[in-house]
Design a protein around this ligand. Structure first.
Ligand SMILES: Cc1ncc(COP(=O)(O)O)c(C=O)c1O
Ligand SMILES: NCC(=O)CCC(=O)O
Length: 426
C-alpha cells in the first residue's frame, strides 16, 4: 500500500470520507486521493515522493504558482507581527483600495474568510437592501455551501447524485429559483411571473463548476437589463473568475457591471480569504453603517491580507494574464489535436487562465444539460491515465482547470504528450 493509501485509510477513521472538502475525495473519478507533502511552482509533490504538474492550483488561488517567494516573504513578515488582532489594520485599507482600483464596480468592500461567506453575505445584503426574499441562480453554478445557494448546485454536488443538499429546509430552498445557464428567455419568463419578489440574480459569469462554460453572447448584459427593469441586484460571483479570466475579472472581460461582486481564491494568495463589495449605496446597508448584520472574528486577518496583497501586486503586471491565457490556449489546442489524432471526440474551451475539456461529439458546450451528457466514464479513465503520468487534473468532470504563471513550456508539452498517450489508451 502506498503512503497516500495508508493515510487515506487512517483519515477515514476520524475525518468524514477522509477529506475536509468533498471534491478532494476522488468521488468523481474513483480511486483514492493523493496526499500532498509540498508544492512548488506548478508542481505538487506527494507523500510517496512522486511529483505532478498541477492544473488545480488549490482550486484557483495559485495563479503565480505554489510557494512564490514574494508571497512567502510577505507572509513571513506579517507573521512576525502577530497573527490576529481583532481590530482594524492599514493592510485592510490597502486591500479594499487595491480591489477597487482593479475592479471599479467594487466601490466598497468587506473582507471575509471564504468564497462561501462572500456569497452568503452578498445575498443577505441583497435581500436586506431590496426587502425581497427570492433569489435567481443557475443550475450547475456553485456559490459555496450556504443554505440558500445549495440548490441545484454545481461542483461536488454534481457528483453526489442529489444536487440539492438534505439539511436545507424546503421553506428556505423555495425562495431560490433555478434556471438554465445561458438561457435568457427562462430568466425573463421567471421575472415576468414574480420579478417584483426577486432580490437578486447571482451568477458565475463564466461557469466553472460544471466544467467550464463561457457566457453566450449578450447573456450577462441581458441579466443586467432584467435586473435594472425589476430593481433586482445583480451579483457576479467572481470567486473563481476574479483576477483569473482577466485582471479585472469577467466584468472587465465582458464589459458588464454588476451591483455586487464576490471574490475569493486569488485575493487570498492561498490563505483563507473572501470578499464582497459593490455599489456604495448598497454596501452601506451592511452593519455597522446599516442594519444588515455581517461579521467575522478573523475577517481581514493580517497574515491573509499580506498574502493577498502580495499576490495582487504581482498579477498587476500585464505579462501575467497574457501568459496564463496563452498557456491555457496552448494546452487546450494541444489536447484537441491529440484527441483528434486518436479519434476521440473532445470539445475544449479557454477563458483567460481557465480551461475546460469535454468528452462529447458536440463542437462546443454551452449549457448545463450538455455538460452533464458528456462521457463521464471516459473522463474518469482519462483522469487516471494522466495522474499515472504525473499530471494532476481536477478530479471531476464538473470542474474548470487552471494554469499558473509558473507553468513552463516544457511542462505544457509534457502534459500534451501525456494526453496523447491517454487518448490512445481510452
Ligand atoms: C464560483 C464560486 N463561488 C463560491 C465558491 C466557494 O468558495 P469557498 O470554497 O472558498 O467557500 C467557489 C469555490 O468553492 C466558487 O467556485
Ligand atoms: N470548483 C470547486 C471549488 O473550487 C471548491 C473546492 C472545494 O470545495 O474544495
Amino acid at each position: 500500500m502506498s503512503r497516500s493509501q495508508q493515510l487515506y485509510q487512517q483519515a477515514c477513521q476520524t475525518i468524514p470520507g477522509g477529506v475536509n472538502s468533498p471534491v478532494r475525495a476522488f468521488n468523481g473519478v474513483g480511486g483514492t486521493p493523493v496526499f500532498i507533502e509540498r508544492a512548488d511552482g506548478s508542481q505538487l509533490f506527494d507523500v510517496d515522493g512522486k511529483s505532478y504538474i498541477d492544473y488545480v492550483g488549490s482550486w484557483g488561488p495559485m495563479i503565480m504558482g505554489h510557494n512564490h517567494p514574494a508571497i512567502r516573504e510577505a507572509v513571513i513578515d506579517a507573521v512576525q507581527l502577530g497573527l490576529s488582532y481583532g481590530a482594524p489594520t492599514a493592510a485592510e485599507v490597502t486591500m479594499a483600495e487595491t480591489i477597487r482600483s482593479i475592479m471599479p464596480s467594487m466601490e466598497k468592500v468587506r473582507m471575509v474568510n471564504s468564497g462561501t461567506e462572500a456569497t452568503m453575505s452578498a445575498i443577505r445584503l441583497a435581500r436586506g437592501y431590496t426587502g425581497r426574499n427570492k433569489l435567481l441562480k443557475f443550475e450547475g453554478c456553485y456559490h459555496g455551501h450556504s443554505d440558500s445557494l445549495l440548490v441545484k448546485a454545481g461542483s461536488g454536488m454534481l457528483t453526489m447524485g442529489e444536487p440539492t443538499s438534505p439539511g436545507v429546509p424546503a421553506d428556505l430552498a423555495k425562495h431560490t429559483v433555478t434556471v438554465s445557464f445561458n438561457n435568457l428567455a427562462e430568466v425573463e419568463a421567471v421575472f415576468a411571473e414574480c420579478g417584483d419578489d426577486i432580490a437578486a440574480i447571482i451568477v458565475e459569469p463564466v461557469a466553472g463548476n460544471m466544467n467550464c462554460i463561457p457566457p453566450a453572447q449578450g447573456f450577462l448584459q441581458g441579466l443586467r437589463t432584467v435586473c435594472d427593469k425589476y430593481g433586482a441586484v445583480l451579483i457576479f460571483d467572481e470567486v473563481m473568475t476574479g483576477f483569473r479570466v482577466a485582471l479585472g475579472g469577467a466584468q472587465a472581460l465582458y464589459d458588464v457591471t454588476p451591483d455586487l461582486s464576490t471574490l475569493g481564491k486569488i485575493i487570498g494568495g492561498g490563505m483563507p480569504v473572501g470578499a464582497f463589495g459593490g455599489k456604495a449605496e448598497i454596501m452601506d446597508h451592511i452593519a455597522p453603517t446599516g442594519p444588515v448584520y455581517q461579521a467575522g472574528t478573523l475577517s481581514g486577518n493580517p497574515v491573509a491580507m499580506a498574502a493577498g496583497l502580495a499576490t495582487l501586486e504581482l498579477i498587476q503586471d500585464p505579462a501575467v494574464h497574457q501568459s496564463i491565457a496563452d498557456k491555457a490556449n496552448y494546452l487546450m489546442t494541444g489536447f484537441a489535436k491529440a484527441a483528434q489524432q486518436a479519434g476521440i471526440a473532445l470539445a475544449t474551451v479557454t477563458v483567460g487562465g481557465m480551461f475546460g475539456y469535454f468528452f462529447t461529439e458536440a463542437e462546443q458546450v454551452t449549457s448545463f444539460s450538455q455538460a452533464t451528457q458528456c462521457d463521464i466514464e471516459r473522463f474518469k479513465k482519462f483522469f487516471h491515465l494522466m495522474l499515472e503520468q504525473g499530471v494532476y487534473l481536477a478530479p471531476s468532470a464538473y470542474e474548470a482547470g487552471f494554469v499558473s504563471f509558473a507553468h513552463t513550456q516544457q511542462q505544457l508539452d509534457d502534459t500534451i504528450a501525456a494526453a496523447a498517450q491517454a487518448f490512445k489508451a481510452l
